[in-house]
Design a protein around this ligand. Structure first.
Ligand SMILES: *Cc1c(COP(=O)(O)O)cnc(C)c1O
Length: 420
């Protein structure tokens, strides 16, 4: 199957991290998934610690969600016209995110951040943006940029095919370093439209904002007339019902949501302050559209997911996640393999090092060969973690303590052998 796939898809895959190259493995082909488990085409079972990169917070194939999708499918797959489902999901989203005063549904996190940035540029009439080293906001041209050679003011495209002149308009700052942001505002007065940030970062492993960091960004935006965009595509409905903004009590001007919002189907949203969203066409002159936007199957799937989530206890999920990581750390310590971790809600990060990183450069210095050795052992033991040092992990509400205990037994076994 892999050979055939390699003939028609680059690397055999439709999204690069699935190729599992960073850990020296071949792509996995899945035939089904249920609760906390994935089953590959050979019938092997894996405990899934990624959950489709975030959406599957209820576990795979949750009965209420599957039922809602099947029922909607009987009524038509796509209308390209408004349906009551959009209103229902929109109001549900507002009940989780009160600062989402007005929103627009799109199909992917990439579309959501791209549109939010276009809007921020439209509102401010400015062309430059600030992002952080190690934050990922989808494959938007202006956002596939990283700081060049340690100089924060010079950024270069992190992919071929991106206009270097566009990349120069994306200024890159260091996560958890307000000075690096203040410097950029000072160097580019009245030119910066917006700061886009993952308020809990999940694309450079998992990095929490240090106390005062998000508040500081809010202030810097306010004093400099720029808009603050929270990219909560990953953290939304995941670290807490109302995302990182609920935990840290900082309100963005605009936000992007994705992943959990569609419950496993392609849906995402951007929005925020009403007076800003009224600048979107047809009300305003910032254009954004989509044939599939508000797709009824995706809406039904999102509605069913959020309705189940409303009655679930995130503190309980966080406690289970914390207990799992902490027990793993104890086992690792006993085996002489250092490990440290980070947890919020159903999201976690781990590194095979005694010190937990606080920014991208620290994550980059971690040993990828040690991670690869650990990864391959865990994978053969049926534990499916994100196949990269730079990704976060997820527990779902379906990861019961009994499942996790079994995983800990396997971890204890595989950590007996040397990771170097
Ligand atoms: C996954 C992700 C995106 C991109 O979402 P897609 O649906 O893959 O386009 C954007 N921002 C963050 C923080 C993400 O984790």
């Amino acid at each position: 199957m892999l050979d055939a796939a390699k003939l028609i898809f680059p690397g055999g895959v439709n999204s690069p991290v699935r190729a599992m190259r960073q850990v020296g493995l071949e792509p996995l082909f899945v035939s089904s998934a249920k609760g906390p488990y994935l089953y590959d085409v050979q019938g092997r079972e894996y405990v899934d610690f990624i959950g489709a990169w975030g959406p599957m917070i209820l576990g795979h194939a949750h009965p209420a969600v599957v039922d809602a999708v099947c029922q909607q499918a009987q009524k038509g797959l796509s209308y390209g016209i408004s349906s009551p489902l959009e209103l229902e999901l929109g109001e549900l989203v507002q009940s989780f995110f009160p600062s989402m005063q007005m929103m627009r549904f799109v199909n992917s996190g990439t579309e959501a951040t791209m549109s939010a940035i276009r809007l921020a540029k439209g509102i401010t009439g400015r062309q430059k943006i600030i992002k952080f080293q190690g934050c990922y906001h989808g494959h938007v041209d202006a956002l596939l940029v990283s700081a060049g050679s340690g100089l924060l003011t010079f950024s270069s495209p992190s992919s071929e095919g991106i206009d270097p002149d566009l990349a120069k308009k994306t200024l890159v700052a260091e996560y958890n370093d307000l000075n690096s942001v203040a410097t950029l505002f000072a160097e580019h007065p009245n030119e910066i439209a917006t700061i886009i940030v993952e308020p809990i970062a999940g694309n450079m492993n998992m990095i929490l904002p240090e106390p005062g960091f998000l508040q500081g960004l809010r202030q810097l935006c306010d004093t400099n007339g720029a808009l603050l965009i929270f990219d909560e595509v990953m953290s939304g409905f995941r670290v807490a019902p109302g995302g990182a903004q609920e935990i840290y009590q900082v309100e963005p001007d605009l936000m992007a949501l994705g992943k959990v919002i569609g419950g496993g189907m392609p849906a995402a949203a951007y929005g925020g302050r009403k007076e800003y969203m009224e600048k979107i066409s047809p009300l305003g002159s910032v254009y954004q559209a989509g044939t599939m936007s508000g797709n009824p199957l995706a809406m039904a799937c999102g509605i069913a997911t959020l309705n189940v989530l409303k009655s679930l206890d995130y503190q309980d999920l966080e406690k289970r996640t914390e207990q799992f990581l902490s027990a793993w750390q104890t086992i690792a310590k006993e085996s002489g393999c250092p490990m440290s971790y980070c947890v919020k809600g159903g999201m976690f990060g781990f590194v095979l090092d005694a010190n937990y990183p606080t920014n991208f450069s620290q994550v980059s210095q971690l040993s990828s060969s040690r991670f690869g050795n650990f990864y391959r052992k865990a994978f053969s033991a049926g534990l499916y973690f994100a196949p990269s040092l730079f990704e976060a992990g997820f527990l779902s509400f379906a990861h019961q303590a009994s499942v996790l205990d079994l995983c800990l037994e396997r971890l204890a076994f595989l950590l007996q052998t040397d990771l170097e």
